[in-house]
Ligand binder design. Structure first.
Ligand SMILES: Cc1cc2nc3c(=O)[nH]c(=O)nc-3n(C[C@H](O)[C@H](O)[C@H](O)COP(=O)(O)OP(=O)(O)OC[C@H]3O[C@@H](n4cnc5c(N)ncnc54)[C@H](O)[C@@H]3O)c2cc1C
Length: 466
């Protein structure tokens, strides 16, 4: 039912999504030559498709999987919430989520834990986010795109894109469906939202491993884990350990998502199956192990390889790359979904102008899009690269709101990085304190820096050999 029929039919029927109103889906667009073809129905792809369909363009989304499908990345940021408002899905998302008011940092080198609440950020208007099961969340966004008029196809993998071969200034996208049938689409504009598959970046050879950072993850879901009470129940906890850090994300159904993020070099030491290795790794963080002592793993652990990368550019003639299809750094600050959705909003503005032939406005909007694609990951990266350093730990475990620096840090952690909230100067102040703190513990800071460099180099050598 969700498959693209073979080759160049001119009369494809839009996919009628569950719950979609027939009135919304009765679009006059039934050709294989849409205005826009979106590759990937994750948060970035579904959001951009909904926004452009809303503007009256003929939009097609191809998703290689079938929703609901598993995806990691369950913790969202407060600045996701206004994006849900603009998209019109906030109520649906809040219904499947547990409210996250803040974050807790737990260090094996400190007796106390350190709590941050988003309500204390510089702008107090975004006091919470949610944790969600991505299978449910991504399906909401995908079905929403269909409700807004996008034609959605599941079980259809884009296999190759040729930017000039579609004739009449169109691209040509080759697609293979689950049943092996093949088809070709000729959109005016292609949006790559294929996530970590990075279809276009791979095809163009423009994807590069992150020059300063490498990390990998091993994760699973637990039932019967200890949870905080009251308003703190939905907060995320981050546990440091010798090789990196863990996330601890409570979900609405009572389970807790737990993942270890460490250097690829650490994961290379694995001698057991992933589930046993996750349990061995958890044992290295006694405070986390304590919270999980009565818990059971709901399914075998999953590993993801080295995931830090970026691409040389994010747009060109007739295409844009959004979300993880362009870059991904690290899940430390739960920024992935927010950055992916934000890139959907930025690109939609530019692509809408482009489709209307408003060249000057399109160019201006594309420049803003490009700038933000670099700015977003950069803001989080500075913290991410240093999160295992003793100096940062010291600051996070004993935060002080001198010159509103703690508020600014909370604003960044909340994702408030694209508005006019004055976090920039405070971030400079924060960096100054960080470097002073490094000087005060110079030998320790230097050893950590060496250790990080060695791990990163090893990861680069191993990835070259793969
Ligand atoms: C270990 C780990 C933990 C994370 N934790 C968090 C977190 O807590 N919070 C957070 O915000 N982010 C987190 N992230 C990041 C987050 O998962 C991503 O940033 C986010 O999902 C990006 O959204 P996207 O739409 O760009 O890509 P995706 O969500 O990956 O969606 C891409 C979609 O494209 C489809 N697709 C791929 N190739 C093709 C093709 N050729 N044809 C058709 N369809 C295709 C895929 O099936 C998928 O549905 C984490 C990431 C990792 C690796």
């Amino acid at each position: 039912m969700n498959k693209v029929e073979t080759h160049n039919t001119d009369t494809m029927k839009p996919n009628m999504a569950a719950g979609a109103s027939p009135a919304m889906n009765t679009t006059p667009f039934t050709t294989m030559a849409p205005d826009v073809l979106v590759i990937g129905g994750g948060p970035a792809g579904s959001a951009v498709a909904a926004l452009l369909a809303d503007k009256g363009h003929d939009v097609v989304i191809l998703e290689k999987a079938h929703h609901p499908r598993f995806h990691i990345g369950e913790s969202l940021l407060p600045m996701n919430m206004p994006l849900f408002d603009r998209l019109g899905v906030r109520k649906e998302v809040e219904k499947i989520g547990i409210t996250k008011y803040g974050a807790e940092f737990v260090s094996p080198w400190h007796e106390h834990t350190s709590d941050f609440v988003f309500a204390e950020a510089m702008d107090k208007a975004f006091p919470y986010a949610v944790h969600v099961r991505r299978s449910e969340f991504d399906e909401i966004l995908f079905r929403h795109a269909a409700k807004r008029g996008a034609r959605t196809f599941e079980g259809c993998r884009a296999t190759h894109v040729d930017m000039d071969a579609g004739g009449d200034q169109r691209a040509l996208v080759k697609v293979k469906a689950d049943d092996g049938s093949e088809s070709e689409w000729c959109p005016r504009f292609v949006i790559d939202a294929s996530g970590r598959d990075t279809l276009l970046a791979g095809q163009f050879g423009i994807k590069k491993r992150h020059p300063e950072h490498s990390s990998a993850a091993l994760f699973g879901h637990f039932t019967g884990a200890k949870r905080a009470e009251g308003r703190r129940e939905g907060n995320i906890s981050l546990f440091w350990f010798d090789h990196g850090w863990f996330w601890y994300i409570p979900l609405l159904d009572g389970t807790v998502s737990v993942g270890a993020v460490a250097s690829p070099a650490y994961f290379k030491t694995r001698k057991t199956d992933p589930t046993s290795f996750l349990m061995e790794t958890i044992a290295l963080a006694p405070k986390l192990a304590e919270r999980l002592k009565d818990a059971t793993m709901a399914e075998p652990a999953t590993a993801t390889g080295n995931f830090s990368y970026t691409s040389n550019y994010c747009r060109g003639e007739r295409f844009a790359m959004i979300g993880d299809a362009y870059a991904f750094v690290d899940p430390m600050f739960s920024s992935g979904v927010f950055l992916a959705m934000n890139s959907a909003f930025e690109s939609a503005t530019a692509i809408d102008h482009w489709l209307r032939g408003e060249e000057k406005m399109a160019e201006q909007a594309f420049r803003i899009f490009e700038k933000n694609m670099v700015h977003g990951p950069k803001m989080f990266s500075w913290f991410i690269f240093r999160i295992t350093s003793p100096a940062i730990r010291k600051i996070f475990m004993k935060p002080r709101n001198v010159w509103r620096m703690q508020e600014a840090m909370l604003s960044i952690l909340a994702g408030d990085i694209f508005r006019n909230t004055p976090v920039g100067p405070r971030l400079i102040g924060f960096k100054f304190i960080y470097y002073c703190s490094c000087l005060s513990i110079l030998p320790q800071a230097f050893n950590t820096w060496l250790w990080r460099r060695r791990n990163h180099k090893e990861a680069l050598i191993n990835s070259d050999m793969e």
